[in-house]
Design a protein around this ligand. Structure first.
Ligand SMILES: Cc1cc2nc3c(=O)[nH]c(=O)nc-3n(C[C@H](O)[C@H](O)[C@H](O)COP(=O)(O)OP(=O)(O)OC[C@H]3O[C@@H](n4cnc5c(N)ncnc54)[C@H](O)[C@@H]3O)c2cc1C
Ligand SMILES: *[C@@H]1O[C@H](CO)[C@@H](O)[C@H](O)[C@H]1NC(C)=O
Ligand SMILES: *[C@@H]1O[C@H](CO)[C@@H](O)[C@H](O)[C@H]1NC(C)=O
Ligand SMILES: *[C@@H]1O[C@H](CO)[C@@H](O)[C@H](O)[C@H]1NC(C)=O
Ligand SMILES: *[C@@H]1O[C@H](CO)[C@@H](O)[C@H](O)[C@H]1NC(C)=O
Ligand SMILES: *[C@@H]1O[C@H](CO)[C@@H](O)[C@H](O)[C@H]1NC(C)=O
Ligand SMILES: *[C@@H]1O[C@H](CO)[C@@H](O)[C@H](O)[C@H]1NC(C)=O
Length: 476
């Protein structure tokens, strides 16, 4: 957040030169910062300030931390965590960090892939919005005001309390925060019907570097454009979003069918690419790909799990699939009808009939480690079958034992929104997104972290490479 950061170190080289002194200086600086906060005359602020001397500091820091890679002794820690209860607390934290040369990291749900909401290499303060998470739904106007600290699960739950046919087109994981998610675009199970979460923001409340509280009218359309998909921690602290809700039918249908290589997964993934263009926009389609053991000793295969939400009943889904993707062989028994809110619990991988209350649970199922990134496959260059085989080879590398690829179909509404209407440019022309991830550190999986993260960074996860593998095989 350059605009909110210290002006003491205007040049990187100067900063490097001073680095060795900075930790000595930072002890004073954080004392000054605390004094400043107390002097800002903002009510009750001492109850929401945490420094390493407070016994709850570590648990506060870790509560919204979703990547174990940034939960080690070597991870730089904030000098102070502020958990504001109101806007005045945020304004005080901004003013004082500027005055005393501390950088700010804003945290809503803490799901940042690279820990950017709670880690940086200069002395810093975390503004953690966990206490600001009120969701107010107006069914008549089909809108909701959502404070940035609310998770997607909280947003979905509060909407469903009021209506079975209103919804919001955000992401899948219920503990993702609205603040960071919508700032980066935010895609989920209704994107082919409704586009991104950021496409449904009609107003905002933001506090800028000068401490001003701005809304859409007072910030102007340029800034309002930039905060809807340009990434968080950049233009100010989002306090709340005004969401435009969307309508869903009372009954939706879900399925998750799997095919292994022995069940023609390669052909099916290849054919899926041509099917996407024929899918109704009521259908969301994603394939999870990973290496799995077979029952035979020592043998592995690739498993493709086809996961879908359909905004309609099972009969219409089956006839649509018969027309667009008969090769998958979807049958009624694969499908489950439910309400949209139940589908959010289903796609969060909770067992069937789990109480909707789990959507309000912000504590993580696990704090394992992961490294992930995404890129896009263009409609002009679908992946040839032989290149898919190259992908299977990469998934069979030793270091990819905990790797997972997600192929997410774009198209539908995503094609209708211009690439300049928000900072999120991946619109028409994109056939699907590939998300590459490796997960480790849970229970008994042991992997070499450096090796695993380098798999994600390596050319094992680049579309061009897969296509080159394809070309090489075609040409030889
Ligand atoms: C398990 C998991 C599942 C995910 N599923 C999806 C998905 O289905 N769809 C999808 O699109 N994405 C998904 N994501 C990615 C997720 O949307 C982004 O990581 C998002 O930035 C997380 O928002 P957050 O508030 O939880 O994270 P944070 O770590 O709190 O914030 C992320 C970034 O935004 C900044 N920021 C946070 N709050 C504010 C604020 N109020 N004002 C200004 N800046 C702010 C932070 O400083 C940081 O730079 C997933 C991530 C994880 C870890
Ligand atoms: C943390 O400790 C300081 C100093 O003792 C105290 O003023 C502050 O109220 C404590 N924070 C909380 C949340 O209790
Ligand atoms: C795989 O494809 C072959 C040839 O197209 C077909 O004969 C076979 O039945 C398919 N196998 C499965 C499990 O669908
Ligand atoms: C697969 O088998 C290997 C060797 O038997 C074992 O180490 C590994 O944990 C298994 N993986 C899964 C996902 O079951
Ligand atoms: C879909 O199936 C795969 C493979 O069995 C599983 O790993 C995944 O959790 C399932 N997804 C959902 C949403 O149930
Ligand atoms: C879930 O609840 C429905 C409706 O009450 C019931 O018919 C179904 O058997 C339940 N499923 C499971 C797996 O418990
Ligand atoms: C990871 O380790 C394996 C086994 O030692 C090696 O074959 C592979 O090349 C390494 N991968 C990366 C990306 O470094």
């Amino acid at each position: 957040m350059n605009s909110l950061s210290s002006s003491k170190f205007p040049f990187p080289f100067l900063f490097l030169f001073l680095f060795s002194f900075s930790w000595v200086a930072s002890a004073d600086r954080h004392e000054d910062f605390l004094q400043c906060l107390h002097s800002q005359n903002s009510n009750s602020i001492s109850m929401v300030i945490f420094t390493p001397i407070n016994s709850s500091y570590s648990s506060v820091l870790q509560f919204s931390l979703r990547n174990g890679r940034f939960n080690t002794g070597a991870t730089p820690k904030p000098l102070v965590i502020v958990k504001p209860l109101n806007e005045a607390h945020i304004q005080a934290a901004i003013a004082c960090s500027q005055k005393h040369g501390l950088q700010i990291r804003v945290r809503s749900g803490g799901h940042d892939y690279e820990g950017l909401s709670y880690v940086t290499v200069v002395p810093f303060v975390v503004i953690d919005l966990i206490n600001m998470r009120t969701v107010t739904v107006d069914v008549g106007k089909k809108i909701a005001w959502v404070q940035a600290g609310a998770t997607l699960g909280e947003v979905y739950y509060r909407i469903s309390e009021k209506s079975r046919t209103l919804a919001f087109p955000g992401g899948v994981c219920p503990t993702v925060g609205s603040g960071g998610h919508i700032s980066g675009g935010g895609h989920g199970m209704m994107m082919r019907k409704y586009g991104l979460a950021a496409d449904h923001i009609i107003d905002v409340k933001l506090i800028d570097a000068k401490g001003r509280i701005l809304d859409r009218a007072s910030m102007g359309e340029d800034l309002f454009w930039a905060i809807r998909g340009g990434g968080g921690n950049t233009f100010g602290v989002v306090v709340a979003w005004k969401l435009e809700l969307v309508t869903v039918p009372p009954t939706v249908t879900v399925f998750n069918v799997t095919r292994t290589l022995e069940q023609n997964a390669t052909k099916l993934v290849h054919q899926w690419q041509s099917a996407i263009g024929k899918f109704d926009e009521d259908l969301f389609s994603r394939i999870f790909l990973s290496r799995v053991n077979t029952s035979q000793e020592g043998k592995t295969t690739i498993l493709a799990a086809y996961t879908s939400l359909f905004l309609g009943g099972v009969d219409r889904l089956l006839s649509m699939m018969q027309q667009s993707f008969p090769q998958l062989g979807l049958v009624k028994e694969d499908c489950i009808e439910m309400s949209w809110i139940e589908s959010t619990v289903y796609f969060a991988s909770f067992p069937r009939n789990t109480s909707l209350d789990v959507l309000l649970d912000r504590s993580p199922g696990s704090t394992g480690s992961f490294k992930a990134k995404t890129d896009y496959v263009s409609v002009k260059e679908p992946i040839p079958e032989i290149a898919l085989e190259g992908i299977w080879e990469r998934l069979n590398q030793l270091d990819a034992q905990v790797a997972q690829l997600q192929l997410t179909a774009y198209g539908g509404k995503m094609d209708e929104i211009s690439e300049t209407s928000t900072p999120f440019p991946h619109r028409a022309g994109n056939l699907f997104q590939i998300h590459y991830a490796v997960f480790w550190g849970d229970q008994d999986i042991t992997v070499d972290e450096a090796n695993t993260t380098s798999w994600v960074q390596s050319d094992a996860t680049q579309i061009e490479v897969y296509n080159r593998i394809g070309e090489k095989k075609y040409n030889s």
